[in-house]
Write a protein that binds this ligand. Structure first.
Ligand SMILES: [Zn+2]
Length: 155
């Protein structure tokens, strides 16, 4: 393995599980108007201590704030922006997996969900461009070059 690959390690990166905390906080706020740590724990089926570890990470990344005195959790503007972006990536990736790789719905969704937060903007853009471009007409690989009988005028 090339040593350069290690330099992409970055504490700022979200993990798959942390992204789900963002989804949970967003969903609870939309549904109930508030999100408490206990609600997040029960929605994600994790312990309270797991939630508090995740929350301190998400707060340090400036993605989540805790409003006092109620301890209501809110996504910051940055948190919302990230989530919108991740949602977009999910759509692009699952379309790619279904339409280009012909994966079944479940596998496509699962794989997209696992890597949605890791997609670089420029790569997402390229995949999207690829999906929006109509496929080239299929070339018949068996066909031989046509002989016209004419000599190549450029020789
Ligand atoms: Zn996921």
């Amino acid at each position: 393995m090339e040593i350069n690959r290690f330099k992409y390690k970055n504490k700022k990166y979200l993990t798959h599980s942390r992204v789900h905390y963002l989804w949970a906080i967003n969903e609870l706020n939309e549904k109930n108007g508030y999100a408490r740590a206990t609600d997040v724990a029960s929605l994600l089926c994790v312990s309270r201590s797991a939630v508090s570890i995740a929350l301190s990470h998400l707060k340090s990344l400036n993605l989540v704030v805790e409003e006092l005195p109620e301890h209501f959790l809110k996504l910051t503007i940055l948190g919302k922006k990230q989530l919108t972006n991740i949602d977009k990536n999910f759509t692009i990736l699952s379309r790619f997996f279904r339409n280009v790789l012909n994966l079944d719905e479940e596998t496509a969704t699962k794989q997209a969900c696992l890597i949605e937060h890791l997609l670089l903007d420029e790569v997402a853009k390229k995949i999207n461009q690829y999906l929006e471009t109509p496929p080239l007409p299929q070339k018949n690989i068996d066909s031989k070059p046509q002989k016209t009988g004419k000599k190549n005028p450029y020789v």
